[in-house]
Design a protein around this ligand. Structure first.
Ligand SMILES: [Zn+2]
Length: 65
């Protein structure tokens, strides 16, 4: 799967607690519907996608946002 967005190393506890998405499309769909601005990132731990409201340390993907 190709993904040009940010990849983050998540702590195991955080990864388990967070909601997981199998695809970036699904993750972004939820992010778009959220009240707060959420960012999609690929988790280096589980290989799936999470949402975060914290943008610090995340580089915005090119041509996105
Ligand atoms: Zn994860």
């Amino acid at each position: 799967m190709r993904f040009c967005g940010p990849v983050m190393k998540t702590r195991p506890g955080i990864c388990q607690r967070k909601r997981r998405f199998a695809s970036r499309e699904e993750c972004e769909a939820v992010a778009l519907g959220a009240e707060t601005r959420l960012r999609t990132y690929k988790c280096a731990l589980c290989g799936q996608f999470h949402l975060t409201s914290r943008t610090k340390g995340l580089r915005p993907p090119r041509g996105f946002g």
